[in-house]
Design a protein. Structure first.
Length: 118
């Protein structure tokens, strides 16, 4: 499985960005795709994820500002980020995970930088 992320960049506070991540390879029909981020000196944290059933999960810090969605036939997940704040600055990583039998498979994209200036 390979994940190709795009859409990061530099934006002023209050602005918007949209991240995309396309997954390719052998992926079962039931899986979870999401976005994590890691700021300098901090641990990687969950931003949002979405199941193939459409169930979403958001970090409290982004609720009401970020929206995760996915295009299942295209194996693509999107993260619409609005009302961006300087504290959203981080490297954002796309994630794909699924079970085959009892084994959990966990894949990461290459990361895309998001920088929010004040």
């Amino acid at each position: 499985v390979q994940l190709q992320a795009s859409g990061g960049g530099l934006v002023q506070a209050g602005g918007s960005l949209r991240l995309s991540c396309a997954a390719s390879g052998s992926i079962p029909s039931i899986n979870l795709m999401g976005w994590y981020r890691q700021a300098p000196g901090k641990q990687r944290e969950l931003v949002a994820d979405v199941s193939t059933g459409g169930i979403t999960n958001y970090a409290d810090s982004v609720k009401g500002r970020f929206t995760i969605s996915r295009d299942i036939p295209k194996n693509t997940v999107y993260l619409q980020m609005n009302s961006l704040k300087p504290e959203d600055t981080a490297v954002y990583y796309c994630n794909e995970r699924f079970y085959r039998g009892s084994t959990l498979y966990n894949y990461w994209g290459q990361g895309t930088q998001v920088t929010v200036s004040s």
